[in-house]
Design a protein. Structure first.
Length: 191
């Protein structure tokens, strides 16, 4: 299973970091409109992602919900019929929420850097240090921490969890109480 080391940080002032990113980037920016539908699973997270309304992928991952660098084991599979798969997953697993964002993607060495404008949340930065098979988590963490320093990302800017966790608490892992949930949204076809 592929692995990466990730951080997520809230950006109070996105403009402060954009010039630094552009100076470090090997490629980018590439702007992507993404819609992520999350489904209830017992372990990890499962989401169906629509990208620019043109193609989609199913993504499953395990990641600790901690602030700071953390390892994520993930699988991505292209999806030819996202509306049909989304309907099936919604019936079988239950849709627990949807995240809509505009993602600006840059590549810096082996790191995917995302500037995300998340509907209902604001601006965030994500680093994904894609680990090679021979690399350890500590190498990925060192790369992430070095980039955080170069970009001026502070420890207090780091956030836990996924965007879905911060959107009205619509997603709660099965181990957490579900009282007070705002409910489950049914799957809506990609349009």
């Amino acid at each position: 299973m592929p692995r990466n080391v990730e951080i997520k940080a809230q950006l109070p002032r996105r403009a402060d970091v954009e010039d630094r990113i552009a100076a470090l980037a090997d490629s980018g920016p590439v702007v992507l409109k993404q819609v992520d539908h999350f489904y209830r699973v017992d372990e990890g997270r499962l989401k169906l992602r629509e990208i620019n309304g043109e193609h989609a992928e199913l993504i499953f991952y395990h990641r600790a919900d901690l602030a700071g660098p953390k390892t994520s084991d993930y699988r991505r599979v292209p999806v030819a019929h996202p509306a049909d798969l989304g309907q099936l997953l919604g019936e079988a697993l239950q849709v627990v929420g949807t995240v809509k964002k505009t993602r600006t993607l840059y590549l810096i060495g082996q790191t995917r850097l995302h500037l995300d404008e998340v509907e209902g949340l604001g601006d965030y930065l994500e680093l994904e240090v894609v680990l090679e098979a021979s690399q350890t988590e500590s190498i990925g963490q060192a790369i992430a921490l070095e980039l955080m320093t170069k970009l001026g990302i502070r420890q207090e800017d780091l956030v836990e969890g996924a965007y879905i966790d911060h959107l009205g608490r619509e997603f709660a892992p099965p181990s957490l109480p579900t009282q007070g949930w705002t409910g489950v949204r049914p799957f809506r076809s990609f349009a």
